[in-house]
Design a binder for this molecule. Structure first.
Ligand code: ATP
Ligand code: MG
Length: 792
């Protein structure tokens, strides 16, 4: 009779069909962009369920973002109905959190562990670098964090690193010390950093084979999307899960008799399907390893390989451009993507005088497309670095183009949000001293470093947590005022704990997180302190906190049984591509990294300039420019029908105006595919007055901040206040640092450059310039008012 999954196969081409129906141990699907890799993976899951070859609970599907996981789940449910519930469709990180929640007690953690995001772990490393005076050996917090992360992605720990490092080098010794202490502090705080979520799960599986076996038996079908971007730790995790159960279990002693489990056989192993495209590997800087694809057949002998070559996403012009660009990478297997949808429109090129000019072009074109019938939600604007969004946002707001920025993490990196979350951590994980330290004097309670050290020492002497030490405020030997402040904080935390995690073991009401959050921020006076401030930024902070409460309500609706611990995990795992806002009805703005896996009718790739794409930091790195080309390829291949490539001749960034050169990648596109509305040549030939104006407008180089050289406004003039009325959450989107006071010695964090130290401040008012030495990229000059910076 007909297959139960026949309708799932309708419309698939023969190799796609094979990829859905093949039933062997290991399947590798390699294919270019838009060839249906993700679609095939989704259908494969649906087909397994439909044919009753697997229960939903036996399926583990790994996606690159939470958003992609949500979409895949939805799609599978559409295809097979409710029976899809119980599947694990998630990112590597979320899957590991679920495993660790169940198993953490096996190795010295508790269920309520905290997840340290990159900012948290940076803060901890910073303290340790200071404690060890490691900066004397050239260690910076950012650099140390990067090294530790890289090692963890290779599954190395401090001990194994020390064994092969040159320990006669004092810089190496101090690095090992910091690494060792970092790991000890995480354990003490009952916390995992992002890399640990994967690495510790691998460790758990290797150290406790009987635990691994539970998951090996459970997951019979494992599927991984975007396999080209897995790092070694993720590879190892998959490898552990796809070994036959019982592989390394010792014989079980039972009533004096040794019972041997039957020999494990390879057939008992879970089936593994991975899909990927080595041309889209864009996370090597985070340890992703393309070899995971090229060596798949070696690691999984007998694996079936399916190639998909027909692209269903883009027009031929777009595809030809993308193919031409990527063919400049050496060391790759040439694959020719083709499509039968026809040539389509030519790619449109535009060169603006400034990034505002460029942004205006994008806004105008968005308008035109919209009138042609393309919905805003079907348009996307990409850029290489986050700070490029500012000019786009300003013009979009002025032109009343609805937009949203993909990149939820930014919201959660805001100081007030981190404070609020630290309050929740103080409730959920009392062992987390860093969270306690963060909130103990926020709002100001007169508790300074000396008192904090007193509490910390007391906790250590008494072998209790920092949190518990607060309950003994009278024993701390501090002044009465401080003691009262501590006692008050303790009482508020206790009350919030009762609400959110009742000692009775009763389930807290779903609204407990939102209410607890409000209780904490209200009773401690945190919100009042912001309200009392006359700083307009603080007003925005109150709104952001309201937003967080709204997020907690939303969480409660979706997870009626979710606790504060689950809420914190979900928040910690929000990734770049996971937006907070609803995408419908607005144009999406995002970095090219975030764009992976997505598709839009119309795509604008902006800032197609040397030093941006390829980015200047890539120049010195082995394979850097090649990885940038892949990133550009990812950008181009997101477009279905319309593709725009734009650049600016001058770019005001970080308080400096510089002359930009067209990206080398533009020359790699066959000219007949590209129609220039305004080419770099057009702009140059009229550029005489341009460069004079440019010089006049150099910061510190004259009075020219207000001179307009471009058709569309000035580069350095801060946005007007009338814009403020337009978008209700402007401060989260458009940078205005107001009167941020910076002084030499201050530490700041820049969206693109990372952390740095202020050497000097010059100029006045809106033209004040900070001279900053960045840990990673060296000295830069920044216009304080508008630079994407935050004081640390
Ligand atoms: P990327 O490399 O960007 O991740 P991909 O290989 O995962 O792309 P999909 O996103 O699965 O590709 O598919 C690209 C588009 O092509 C989607 O809109 C999908 O619905 C469509 N598509 C895939 N296969 C077919 C098919 N056989 N017939 C019609 N449309 C298809
Ligand atoms: Mg895909």
């Amino acid at each position: 009779g007909p297959r139960a999954d026949e309708d799932l196969l309708a419309g698939l081409n023969p190799p796609q069909r094979e990829a859905v129906t093949y039933r062997g141990q290991a399947l590798l699907i390699v294919a270019g962009a838009g060839s249906g890799k993700t679609s095939v993976l989704t259908r494969r899951v649906a087909s397994l369920l439909r044919n009753k070859e697997a229960w939903p609970s036996q399926i583990l599907a790994i996606t690159f973002t939470n958003k992609a996981a949500g979409e895949m789940r939805e799609r599978v449910e559409q295809l097979v109905g409710d029976s899809a519930r119980g599947m694990w469709i998630s990112t590597f990180h979320s899957a590991c959190v679920r495993i660790l929640r169940r198993e953490a007690e096996q190795f010295g953690f508790t269920k309520s562990f905290t997840i340290y995001d990159s900012g948290d772990s940076r803060a901890l490393i910073k303290r340790l670098v200071k404690d060890h005076e490691a900066d004397a050996y050239g260690l910076t917090p950012a650099g140390t964090q990067g090294r530790i992360s890289k090692l963890k992605n290779e599954l190395a720990d401090a001990e194994s690193y020390a064994r092969q490092a040159n320990m006669s080098d004092p810089a190496e010794r101090v690095f090992v010390d910091v690494f060792t202490d970092y790991q000890r502090e995480l354990q003490r705080a009952n916390a995992f950093d992002f890399d640990d979520l994967i690495g510790q799960t691998v460790y758990l599986f290797r150290a406790f084979p009987h635990v691994a076996d539970v998951y090996r038996r459970r997951f019979r079908h494992i599927l991984v999307d975007e396999y080209q971007d897995t790092n070694h730790a993720q590879y190892a995790l998959i490898h552990e899960l796809t070994r036959p159960p019982g592989s390394d279990a010792p014989p079980i002693a039972s009533g004096g008799m040794m019972i041997f489990e039957p020999e494990p056989s390879a057939e008992d192993a879970a089936s593994l399907t991975v899909v990927g495209d080595s041309d889209q590997s864009i996370y090597a800087f985070r340890g992703a390893d393309i070899r995971n694809i090229s060596e798949f057949e070696r690691d999984y002998p007998g694996a079936k390989v399916v190639l998909l070559e027909q692209n269903y996403r883009s027009t031929q012009n777009i595809l030809s451009a993308a193919n031409a660009v990527i063919s400049h990478n050496f060391d790759r297997k040439d694959k020719k993507l083709w499509t039968d949808v026809g040539a389509g429109e030519k790619i449109v090129g535009f060169t603006g005088y400034s990034q505002h000019d460029e942004a205006q072009f994008v806004a105008d074109e968005v308008d035109t497309l919209r009138r042609e019938g393309i919905d805003y939600s079907q348009m996307a604007v990409f850029y290489r670095t986050n700070s490029q969004s500012r000019a786009l946002e300003e013009i979009f707001i002025r032109s009343a183009v609805p937009y949203k920025i993909m990149g939820g993490t930014k919201f959660y990196e805001r100081a007030e949000i981190k404070d609020a979350l630290a309050y929740l951590v103080a409730v959920s994980n009392p062992a987390d001293e860093m969270a306690m330290r963060r909130i103990i004097n926020k709002p100001r309670r007169g508790i300074g470093d000396v008192t904090i050290e007193t509490i910390s020492r007391y906790a250590q002497d008494e072998q209790i947590t920092f949190r518990d030490a607060l309950a003994n405020s009278s024993a701390l030997g501090v002044g009465p005022k401080i003691q009262a402040a501590i006692a008050h904080l303790d009482a508020v935390l206790a009350e919030a704990t009762d609400l959110m995690l009742p000692a009775s073991g009763e389930l807290a009401p779903p609204t407990a997180v939102a209410e607890g959050l409000q209780l904490l921020l209200g009773r401690t006076g945190y919100t009042d302190a912001l309200r009392a401030s006359r700083d307009p930024q603080d007003e925005a902070r109150v709104e952001n906190l309201d937003e967080l409460v709204a997020v907690a309500r939303e969480f409660a609706r979706n997870n009626p049984e979710g606790t504060v611990i689950d809420f914190l995990a979900e928040v910690a795992l929000v990734s770049d591509a996971d937006d907070l806002e609803d995408a419908s009805g607005s144009v999406s703005l995002m970095t090219m990294h975030t764009a992976k896996g997505l598709e839009y009718d119309a795509v604008f790739v902006t800032g197609v300039e040397e030093d941006l794409i390829p980015h200047r930091i890539s120049a010195g790195e082995p394979g850097g420019p090649q990885e940038e080309r892949r990133l550009f390829y990812v950008g181009l291949t997101r477009a279905r029908k319309r593709l725009y490539l734009s650049l600016a001749m001058t770019r005001a960034q970080f308080g400096e105006v510089s002359v930009a050169m067209p990206s080398r990648f533009l020359q790699e596109i066959p000219p007949e595919l590209l129609h220039w509305r305004q080419s770099p040549g057009d702009v140059n030939s009229r550029g005489g007055t341009q460069s004079r104006a440019l010089n006049a407008r150099r910061p510190g180089g004259g009075s020219g901040f207000g001179t307009s050289a471009s058709r569309y406004g000035d580069d350095l003039v801060p946005r007007s206040t009338s814009i403020e009325k337009f978008a209700n959450r402007i401060p989260a989107k458009v940078r205005d640092n107001g009167d941020m006071q910076l002084a030499p010695g201050d530490r700041i964090r820049h969206d693109d450059f990372g952390e740095g130290r202020v050497d000097a401040v010059t100029g006045e008012g809106a033209k004040r310039i900070a001279h900053v030495r960045f840990d990673a990229v060296g000295p830069k000059k920044l216009l304080i008012k508008i630079a994407p910076i935050e004081k640390l």
